[in-house]
Design a protein around this ligand. Sequence first.
Ligand code: FES
Length: 168
Amino acid sequence: MDTENNKECCKPEIALDLTAANKILDQYRGKPGALIPVLQKVQAHYLWLSQPLVEHIARELNIFLSEVSGVVTFYSQFYTAPRGKYTIQVCRGTACHVKGSLRILEQLAADLGVEPGEMTKDGKFTLEEVNCIGACGIAPVIVAGSKTFGSISVADALEAIRNFEEGA
Ligand code: FES
C-alpha cells in the first residue's frame, strides 16, 4: 500500500477560522448598510471571499445568500478566488503599452509562473493587468503592494519583484 498517497487522500480539511469574521460581524450586526463594509473588512483580513465566508456573512446578517453573492460578483473590489499577499498591477493603458508594458507583463508572468489574474504558488503575489492608473508621465508603470515603479524596464521589473519586500 502506498502510505504517502494514503496520507494525502485522508488529510482532514482545514476548517475555516471564522474568529476574525465574527469580530467584524459583531460590530455591524443589526446596522443598516452593513453588508458592504462587512465584506470589505472580511476581505481585508482573509484576502478573498470564499463561498463559505459569503454564506457565513449572509447567515449572520440575515440577508439572502443570493443578495450577498450578487453584491460580491457585481463589484470588482471583491475577489472570489484566492489572492496573494501582495498584488502586482501591470498597467496596460495606452501610454504604458506604447512603452512596452506587454513585455513586462509577459516576463513577470513567466518569472512568477502564473497567468494574469492568478496567485503565485507561495501565496505571495497576485499578478494583474489593469487599465491606466493615472501615472502616464512615468510610463510604463507597475504597482506592487503599495509601491509604484515608474519608467521601469523589463529587467528592473523582474528584479523589483524578485526582491520585493513591502517595508523595504
Ligand atoms: S497608461 Fe499606464 S499610467 Fe496611464
